[in-house]
Write a protein that binds this ligand. Structure first.
Ligand code: GLV
Length: 326
C-alpha cells in the first residue's frame, strides 16, 4: 500500500506529480488554509505532510496524528513547526534551504530601493492623475549609493544582500551571533560590529536573522531609538523579529525615516495604524515569490517527503536524531 500524504495548500503541479508517483495524495488545491480542526481531521491516517508556513504544527497536532512520519515545510523558515516536539515523537521535519537565498536577497534590494526612493507613493500619485509638471522639490527620497548598510544576520541571505551592496559602493556593517571568517569579510567588504554600533551608524538596517525566542523583538523601541532619524528599516526575515507596535510609533513620530516590510507579527494582519502610514512600504510576504524559486521549493518539499516515506534520508532533514533513534 502506498503511504498517504496530505498537502495543505497549492503547490506546483510538477511537485504534486512527483509525490503522487510514490504516495496517495490528498491535496488542498483550493489554496485556502485549513482551520486547526480541519487540519487535524485531514491529518488522520496520513503518513506524510507537506505544509506551508501558514500551518501551525505544534505538539497538539502531532499528538493527534500518531501515524505521521514526516512534516515537509515548503519554506526555509520553520518557526511554524515545533521541531523539538516532532523529534520527541519520532517525526522527521524538513525545510527548503538554499534555493531561495538569491531571490530573497533580490527582493530585499527591491524593498531597500523602493522604500528609500518612495517608489510606491510616486506610482500612486502618478496613477491618481495629480502629477501636472516636473518639480525640483517633488518626490524627494534618500540616496542608497555610498551610504552605510547594516546587515543583522550574515547567513546565506544576508551575504547575498551584502554582495549586491558592493555595486552601490556602500560601507557594509554586519552583526551576528558569530563573526564570519576573515576571507568572507574581505570578499564582502563587510565589517563586524556590535548591534548598537550597527544601529547607530547605518543608513539602512536590514534584518536577516531567523526567528527564535532570542530574536523575537530583536528590534523594539529601544533599538529604533538608537537608529538615525534618516535611516530606514527593512524586514524580509520574520515578522516577530520586529516589535510592530513600536515600529508604528517610530514611523509616526519620526524616530526613523521609513521602513520596507515583507513580513508581519500576526500575518496577514498589520499592527493598528501601519497601513495608514506613508513612510512604510508593505509587501505581502513575497520575498521568495519568483516562478523559478517557488517551483524549486515545491519540488524540494516533495522530494524530502518522498524520501522520508520510502526509507531514504530526506536531503533537508532538520532533526537527524529521529533517524538515529530508529
Ligand atoms: C519564506 O518566508 C521562507 O521561510 O521560505
Amino acid at each position: 500500500m502506498k503511504p498517504k500524504v496530505l498537502v495543505t495548500r497549492q503547490i506546483f503541479p510538477e511537485a504534486l506529480a512527483l509525490v503522487s508517483k510514490h504516495c496517495e495524495v490528498d491535496s488542498n488545491q483550493r489554496d485556502v488554509p485549513f482551520s486547526p480542526p480541519q487540519l487535524l481531521k485531514k491529518l488522520q491516517r496520513k503518513d506524510g505532510l507537506i505544509c506551508l508556513l501558514t500551518d501551525t504544527i505544534d505538539d497538539k497536532v502531532l499528538a493527534k496524528s500518531p501515524q505521521l512520519k514526516i512534516v515537509s515545510n515548503v519554506a526555509v523558515g520553520y518557526n511554524n513547526i515545533d521541531v523539538n516536539a516532532a523529534t520527541k515523537r519520532g517525526v522527521m521535519v524538513t525545510n527548503t534551504p538554499g534555493v531561495l537565498d538569491d531571490t530573497t536577497a533580490d527582493f530585499t534590494w527591491c524593498l531597500i530601493l523602493a522604500t528609500a526612493r518612495g517608489l510606491v507613493e510616486a506610482d500612486k500619485y502618478f496613477r491618481s492623475g495629480k502629477w501636472k509638471y516636473w518639480g525640483v522639490m517633488q518626490f524627494l527620497g534618500h540616496d542608497v549609493h555610498h551610504k552605510t548598510l547594516g546587515i543583522c544576520g550574515l547567513g546565506r541571505i544576508g551575504k547575498g544582500v551584502a554582495k549586491r551592496a558592493r555595486g552601490f559602493d556602500m560601507r557594509i556593517l554586519y552583526t551576528d551571533a558569530q563573526r564570519a571568517n576573515p576571507i568572507i569579510e574581505q570578499e564582502l567588504r563587510a565589517t563586524f560590529v556590535d548591534k548598537k554600533t550597527l544601529l547607530q551608524e547605518s543608513d539602512i538596517v536590514t534584518l536577516h536573522v531567523p526567528l527564535f525566542p532570542e530574536t523575537t523583538h530583536y528590534i523594539s523601541a529601544s533599538e529604533l531609538k538608537l537608529m538615525k532619524k534618516t535611516a530606514i528599516l527593512i524586514n524580509a526575515a520574520r515578522g516577530p523579529v520586529v516589535d510592530e507596535k513600536a515600529l508604528v510609533k517610530a514611523l509616526k513620530e519620526g524616530w526613523i525615516a521609513g521602513a520596507g516590510l515583507d513580513v508581519y507579527e500576526k500575518e496577514p494582519k498589520p499592527a493598528p495604524g501601519l497601513t495608514k502610514l506613508k513612510n512604510v512600504l508593505l509587501a505581502p510576504h513575497a520575498a521568495s515569490a519568483s516562478v523559478d524559486t517557488r517551483l524549486k521549493m515545491s519540488r524540494m518539499a516533495a522530494e524530502n517527503c518522498v524520501a522520508g516515506l520510502t526509507g531514504n534520508r530526506p536531503p533537508n532533514l532538520l532533526n537527524p536524531e529521529v533517524l538515529r533513534a530508529m
